[in-house]
Design a protein around this ligand. Structure first.
Ligand SMILES: Cc1cc2nc3c(=O)[nH]c(=O)nc-3n(C[C@H](O)[C@H](O)[C@H](O)COP(=O)(O)OP(=O)(O)OC[C@H]3O[C@@H](n4cnc5c(N)ncnc54)[C@H](O)[C@@H]3O)c2cc1C
Length: 431
């Protein structure tokens, strides 16, 4: 690998001294059964969400003597796949909330602050509070930033039943307020608008799930005939994978859920309850009684300002410019990306994080030993696409156009199954 910022062999040799025969195993992405690798490397993990917290735990087990610093300003750890259930009123806000520090292992330094500056040439990050931390390796795991300001007229204070506004991506508490808005809408009826932004987004299926759950809820309450549902897709499909798009369209048609292509929400007027969508033919205004707002998503400013973003793709979003198989930065080999921050065509799900982890660990530890890692990320992405309460499709895919099947013969990906729902509701959280 060895770009201009790669650590030289002498530094590597100084930093690591693998014990026994662990070197070969570690280089091939050996499992935690491998003997710990001795190292005095300084590793900074930016973000302690699903990816950052898991990585800290793995590295503590794999390394002996390394100085691991985790930086995250959010005291609460959010289990975000739970937000869909909270936003539909199926779980309380507390379901998704634990303390960040509960997930972090002994033997690391935790800084409760946000990284505001990265100097990839000096190998240094600076926090909002002005603390400077030097690193030998940086693991960026800062997730996505939700750009609520991009939706003109939207204000978080408006979320709830009074204005018919839902914003379940925002936080557990806001998801709970969103559930109250949905409850009112499914009591009263009217027009319900759903949709997704034009940017990449975490769990791209979540806006569709919310639409399906809302329709199911009205159906169960016996108010379905009073309510109209419209899903607004940002492009010419309802899901990025063709075969899933067709299945989702089939469900929508069977259940009389309307859908519109190339409609991107740009503004809402809470006073008149009118939403404005950008379309190729110009702006389209639609009256609503309930709207589920899912905003555009981007990389944290520190990443974009440090010049670490992909310069050619997703330029307005700034995702970390990594090799899609090794998750290693294209220009700074001592920087890795983990989770949603990565500029790769798939993989903004918690399930993908689980597949990122061994890859990043392998390449990081191999590099410390002057070796090349071998593990590759295949693009694994999984979306338990809830179709109604108690039913889901377990959609899994990778960088190819084919569906991936973890449970062939047991879980059929395009069939509405209770077991797929159970995986989302009962299995994903402990995993
Ligand atoms: C509504 C919804 C439904 C979802 N459903 C599913 C699902 O069904 N299945 C699934 O697999 N995934 C789902 N996801 C996606 C899943 O939650 C994410 O893919 C996963 O959390 C990504 O992990 P991450 O570590 O990259 O980011 P996160 O878990 O978001 O963690 C990022 C962390 O970085 C911190 N951070 C941000 N900026 C900085 C900074 N400048 N300095 C330091 N720290 C910073 C944040 O405070 C946060 O703690 C869903 C997400 C949402 C919102």
């Amino acid at each position: 690998m060895g770009g201009k910022h790669s650590l030289g062999m002498s530094r590597r040799g100084f930093m690591t001294m693998a014990t026994g025969g662990a070197v070969a195993l570690a280089a091939s992405g050996g499992q935690s059964a491998a003997q710990p690798v001795r190292s005095n490397a300084r590793i900074v993990i930016m973000g302690a969400g699903a990816g950052g917290a898991s990585m800290a735990n793995r590295l503590v087990r794999r390394l002996e003597g390394a100085q691991i610093t985790v930086i995250d300003g959010r005291a609460e750890h959010w289990y975000q796949p739970g937000f869909t259930l909270i936003g539909a009123g199926l779980r309380p806000a507390g379901y998704a909330v634990t303390k960040t520090t509960d997930w972090l292992p002994q033997g690391i330094d935790f800084i409760a602050d946000y990284v505001t500056e990265i100097d990839p040439d000096a190998h240094r990050v600076t926090t909002r509070g002005g603390q400077r931390i030097d690193y030998d390796y940086l693991i960026v795991a800062s997730g996505t930033v939700l750009d609520w300001d991009a939706i003109e007229g939207f204000d978080m204070a408006l979320v709830g039943p009074e204005h018919g506004i839902s914003a379940h991506y925002a936080s557990p508490e806001i998801a709970e307020l969103s559930a109250r808005a949905l409850d009112r809408f499914t009591d009263m009826g009217g027009v319900g608008l759903f949709g997704r932004p034009a940017t990449e987004l975490k769990c791209a299926g979540a806006p569709v799930k919310m639409c399906f759950l809302a329709e199911d809820m009205a159906d169960r309450k016996g108010t379905r005939e009073r309510a109209q549902f419209i899903f607004n897709a940002q492009t010419d499909n309802l899901f990025g994978l063709g075969v899933v798009h067709h299945r989702v369209r089939q469900f929508m048609e069977e259940r009389d859920i309307g859908y519109r292509f190339s409609h991107v929400l740009k503004a809402i007027d809470p006073a008149t309850k009118v939403a404005t969508f950008a379309t190729p033919q110009g702006d389209v205004r639609t009256d609503y009684d309930f709207i589920n707002v899912v905003p555009p998503q981007r990389a944290a400013p520190a990443i974009r300002e440090a010049g670490l973003s992909d310069p050619e793709r997703w330029v307005d979003q700034g995702w970390l410019h990594v090799d899609r198989n090794t998750l290693r930065h294209m220009r700074y080999p001592n920087i890795f990306g983990l989770g949603d921050i990565n500029g790769v065509p798939r993989g903004k799900t918690a399930a993908s994080v689980k597949w990122h982890l061994p890859v990043v660990e392998d390449h990081l530890i191999a590099d410390m030993q002057g070796l090349e890692g071998t593990r590759q990320f295949c693009g694994y992405t999984s979306c338990p696409l809830i179709t109604r309460v108690g039913r889901a499709l377990l959609v899994e895919f990778n960088f190819t156009e084919n569906l991936h099947q973890s449970f062939p013969g047991i879980v059929s990906p395009l069939e509405e199954l209770w077991i797929s729902w159970a995986m989302k509701v009962f299995a994903l959280r402990p995993t």
